[in-house]
Design a protein around this ligand. Structure first.
Ligand code: ZN
Length: 203
């Protein structure tokens, strides 16, 4: 006997596939949507279907954007010679909130994680190297998180970029070990950017 109507079950299963949402939460969300007026569900559906049609990756920094280049890459007042390398678009937003950074970004879209089968080809490393070789970058600020995969990614990048004619820097102290930078408060993150240090392979 089918207890849950198939249409409801489909929504529950889809929601439960999202990170941080278990089956109970998915059920609660689905029932909430069902109890609300149909127009609210349609608005949610419209917002979801507009995601992929109106948002793309910026061809400069690879952040999510409705325009290409994105607002940061297109901003002539920003320093194009300074590129901050981060794991995810959320990290760019966290750094922008500090208000102390005036350079460009490069979003890797992940970190190296051999256990999960994520090597350099799976993240935007090749694109970063091409950007350095073909562009005008003079400083690369590596701002991966101080987690084990974040550190491993930073070491790998330093190794790959050492022969390039760019200064390599990393975020300074202030960010606790093991912390994802998007959870750092903006003052801590601002301090870490301002007092960034020379990047070395064993950092
Ligand atoms: Zn961009």
């Amino acid at each position: 006997m089918q207890v849950i109507p198939p249409a409801l079950e489909r929504l529950i299963n889809t929601l439960a596939g999202l990170p941080g949402i278990g089956e109970k939460t998915a059920m609660r969300l689905a029932l909430t949507i069902l109890r609300r007026p149909p127009a609210a569900a349609l608005e949610l559906a419209a917002a979801l279907s507009a995601l992929h049609t109106s948002i793309q990756l910026c061809s400069g920094c690879f952040t999510f954007s409705e325009t290409d280049p994105c607002a940061v890459c297109a901003d002539q007042r920003r320093d194009g010679g300074l590129i901050c390398v981060v794991e995810q678009p959320a990290d760019l937003l966290a750094i922008e909130k500090t208000g102390v950074y005036n350079g460009h970004y490069h979003i890797l879209h992940g970190v190296l994680s051999p256990i999960d089968g994520i090597g350099p080809e799976e993240i935007k490393v090749r694109e970063l190297i091409a950007r350095i070789e073909n562009g005008t970058a003079r400083e690369i600020l590596i701002a991966t998180s101080s987690t084990v995969p974040g550190e491993a990614t930073a070491s790998y990048l330093i190794d790959r970029l050492q022969s390039k004619k760019v200064k390599l820097t990393r975020l300074a102290c202030g960010i606790p070990m093991g912390m994802d930078i998007k959870y750092a408060d903006k003052y801590t993150l601002a301090k870490a950017i301002e007092s960034r240090g020379q990047a070395t392979e064993k950092s």
